[in-house]
Ligand binder design. Structure first.
Ligand code: ZN
Length: 532
């Protein structure tokens, strides 16, 4: 369960570097089915043995890669799906810590961040530095949280076991810049974007990579540790097996390329048998998991966001109107209504969208988590319908969001919705509530670019231009765009200069923060330039 293109690129890279030192031809490795360039693959990683890329170097490489991905509209931040994935990801991280799989060093140095990819292909992949890519196509086919946890647990273990650094380091003479370019090339190529191929280096590598992957030992290790992590985190062990079974079925019946990694990343009978043997005695591993109502709704969201072709959008409504609809299980009905609501909005039919979301809210009324999501969807649809209009009389601010009853900080998706409601119905108190929520968020998550983005909008609405410009700068810093950040900070300094004839204490404090940030960002930019 990893992006073959990336795994291939890494292996190909190894072959470029080692072609002169190892008498193993790419062909021989292909026929063996197992790339064997990593000599240490049979044992657990020997952390700090000096032969692997340091965690700092790996993180820097990861930052460089995601900096490019952030500029690609196919990688995006959907707060609702991000929250749903985080709800699975955070327990996995906690379990890996508890089990000792995630060292304090990696925990602190790596990003542990998941990027959603709009791609419809079924894929999840680990990137250097603790970044993970998760395609909507994969979200769209998982039947339960447990299945998603099994995929994420497997990828997490590739990272904690330093498989990536081991692939990249051994004998590699390549600069990190080249490695980064190759991974980006592989990602672009996996989207069917042929210009990405140009980034690949060397004809030998291109032909060799078609069959290469993480070693079989690495896959086995990621399976074993991933299984331990996901069960420790409280997910159902059957999820691991049903995900394998699902992929195996897909391998048998699907040759359309929708499952890209299956072509070069076969699920060996050994791997599958191994997984089945891990199930506790008496567990029913033949039965398919039943999706919860909430899960079905999130899957529907992933499907609509991944495929917004007009014909596909229309099929959602057709399914809701179909005579067979009422015979479906509640979760299936909720999923279709959720999808039809979003689809109608995208087809610019707000009235139909509202009718669908009201049906959905009625259907899930007894399921608190699902009802909350259905209400948020209703607000999202009202916001979408009123986009560009100065005020939105259809919104009763905040009440429509239903108060946050959970423990701890409020969900990010709700915070962003609340902010958008405040921006459409601007009054001083609502804006201030939104500003405070967002300030709390960035104080604990400085890398949250979207939170900075909304904070900038709120500051602008509050007529605080310096703070708005600084928040815009921080949004760019969070995405490693230091040039863009510097541009915003300079604009802020000019603003302050023009306004300083009317002295204002608060602004002087803001201005001195901006001066400091400018010096820091200039240093970061210098470092980034040296990094090549
Ligand atoms: Zn894998």
């Amino acid at each position: 369960m990893a992006l073959p293109h990336i795994e291939k690129a890494l292996n190909a890279l190894f072959i470029i570097a080692s072609a002169w030192t190892l008498p193993v031809s790419a062909q021989a490795q292909q026929t063996g089915g197992t790339p064997v360039p990593v000599a240490t693959a049979t044992a657990l990683p020997l952390l700090g043995d000096g032969s692997e890329m340091s965690s700092n170097e790996e993180r820097r490489l990861g930052d460089r890669i995601v900096r490019e991905l952030y500029r690609d509209p196919d990688y995006f931040d959907d707060p609702v799906l991000t929250d749903y994935v985080q709800d699975i990801w955070q327990p996995l991280l906690a379990a890996a810590r508890l089990r000792g799989d995630l060292s304090t060093e990696l925990d602190e140095r790596f990003a542990w961040q998941i990027l959603l990819g709009r791609d419809r292909s079924v894929n999840a992949f680990a990137l250097p530095g603790g970044y993970l890519g998760l395609n909507l196509g994969l979200l769209a086919v998982v039947t339960s949280r447990d299945e998603l946890a099994s995929v994420l647990g497997h990828e997490l273990s590739h990272v904690t076991q330093r498989h990536i650094s081991r692939l990249m380091t051994k004998n590699s003479q390549q600069t990190p810049w080249l490695i980064g370019a190759m991974i980006l090339g592989a990602l672009a190529a996996s989207k069917g974007n042929s210009s990405g191929e140009a980034l690949m280096v060397g004809g030998q590598a291109l032909s060799a990579q078609s069959q290469l992957n993480f070693s079989r030992d690495m896959e086995r290790e990621a399976d074993r540790i991933g299984f331990g992590v996901m069960t420790q985190a409280g997910f159902e062990a059957t999820g691991f097996v049903s995900m394998f079974d699902k992929l195996q079925q897909a391998a048998r019946h699907n040759d359309s390329g929708a499952y890209p990694y299956l072509r070069s990343h076969p699920l060996t009978t050994e791997r599958i048998a191994d997984m089945h043997s891990r199930l506790p005695l008496g567990s029913t591993h033949g039965t398919a998991p039943v999706p919860t109502v909430l899960h079905a709704m999130m899957v529907a969201r992933a499907r609509v966001l991944a495929n917004s072709g007009v014909d596909t959008l229309r099929t959602w409504q057709a399914q809701v109107n179909d005579a067979a609809f009422s015979a479906l299980a509640p979760a299936a009905q909720a999923g279709l209504l959720y999808g039809a609501t979003l689809a109608a909005s995208r087809l610019r039919d707000p009235a139909l969208s509202q009718r669908n979301v009201q049906r959905l809210q009625g259907l899930v009324a007894s399921d608190a988590a699902a009802l909350t999501q259905a209400r948020w969807l209703g607000v999202e649809m009202l916001l979408a319908a009123n986009q560009g209009k100065p005020t939105n009389p259809g919104l009763t601010p905040l009440a429509a969001l239903s108060p946050w009853a959970g423990v701890g900080k409020q969900p990010r998706a709700r915070l962003f919705l609340q902010t958008q409601v405040a921006l459409q119905n601007p009054d001083a108190a609502t804006l201030e509530t939104a500003a405070q929520g967002l300030q709390d968020r960035v104080a604990s998550h400085a890398q949250d670019a979207a939170a900075w983005h909304w904070l900038a909008r709120v500051y602008a609405a509050q007529n605080q231009p310096l703070r708005a410009l600084r928040a815009q700068a921080e949004e760019r810093v969070a995405q490693f765009d230091y040039t863009g950040a510097l541009d915003r900070l300079r604009a802020a300094q000019e603003q302050h200069h023009d306004r300083s004839t009317k002295p204002d204490n608060a602004e002087h404090i803001d201005a001195s923060i901006i001066d400091t940030r400018r010096r820091q960002v200039e240093a970061l930019l210098k470092e980034q330039a040296l990094d090549r």
